[in-house]
Design a protein around this ligand. Sequence first.
Ligand code: PEP
Ligand code: MN
Length: 348
Amino acid sequence: MVIIMKVGASEAELAAVLRAVESSGFRPFINPGVERKVVAVLGEVDIDKVELVDQFGNMAGVERVQLISEPFKLSSKTYHPGPFEVNVGRVAIGGPEVVVIAGPCSVETEDQVLATARAVKEQGARLLRGGAFKPRTSPRSFQGLGERGLKLLAMAREATGLPVVTEVMDGHDLDVGCRYADMPQIGARNMQNFALLRWVGQTEQPVLLKRGPGSRVRDLLMAAEYILAEGNSQVVLCERGITTFEDAARYTTDINAVPILKGLTHLPVILDPSHATGNWAWVKPIALAGIAAGADGLIVEVHPDPQHARSDGKQSLKPDKFADLMRGVSRVARAVDREFSPVSVANG
Ligand code: PEP
Ligand code: MN
C-alpha cells in the first residue's frame, strides 16, 4: 500500500501519517519526491486492508491511498512516480542520456586495464567495468586478481576520470571493493544472495544488480527490494540473458524484460549484450535492440587482445569494434529520443 500525499501537504500532516502507519504495526518508507511525498506502508497485512485504506485516506494532507498488488513495493513505480536517476560520480543513469559502461571482463594487467579504459573513454563510455573477484564455473579457472585488480582499476580511474563498476561476491569483497570502486555489481549468480543484497543495501554506494539467468523479472525486482529495504535507493537493474532451451548462444537475451521492467519500476534498466550473447559478433545488434527497447544504458566487455583474455574473450569487443558499436548507439539513441554524449563531451 502507498499513501500519496497532496502537493503542499505540511510536515505535520506527513508526521501524523507516519505515526498512524507505525501504530498500525507497519514500517513507513518515505519517497521525498520532486512534486509530492509518497509513503510506502510495508509489513505483513493480516487485518482488513480496506479498513486501512479508509483510515489513512481520510487523514489531513493525504490525496489518496493505493494498494499495490505486486510483492515489490519500494521498487514499484507507484511508490516512485516521476523521474529517477542513479548517480555514479557525476554520471546519471536513468536520465535522458544513454550511459555506456565498458571494460574488460577481468582485470589482468596494468597495461590491459589502462589501454582499455583509455580506448573506451575516447569512444564515449561513461563508466569503466572490470572484474577483480570473478565468479567462475570451475574453481580451476582464473579467479581474478582480488585487491591488486581493484588497485589497477583505481589507477585507471585516476588516469581517465571514469568511475569504476566491479563485481563483489561476499562481505569481504564488498568492504575492499568499496574502498576502490564507485559501484559494486551483484552478479547474476548472486542475485538471490540475500545476505549480500542486505550488505550492499547498508552502504551508500550505487549498486548494479544483474538478473540471474534462471530468475523471473519479478524475482529481480524482489532482489532489488532487499537492497531498497535497507535504505539504499541507488539501484540499477541489468538484463544479461536468461537460460532457455536455445543453445545457439550462451544465453537468450530477454529483450521483453527491458520495456516490462521500465513499466513496473522507476529503477534504471541497462542491458549486457556481452554475457547475453556470449559472442562478440552478436554484441552490436543486441545492444542496439536494447537501446531501441528503452534501456537506459549498456554494459559491454572490451579487451585489447580478446584472444588472450583470461575470461570471456569470445564475447569481448576489440576497441575498434567498440568504436563501431558506439556509432550505432549514437544513431539509435537519437532515433528513440534519447541523448548520447558525443565523444568530445565525454572527453571534456
Ligand atoms: C561479468 O560481468 O563479468 C559477469 C560475470 O556477469 P554475470 O554475473 O552477468 O554473468
Ligand atoms: Mn564476463
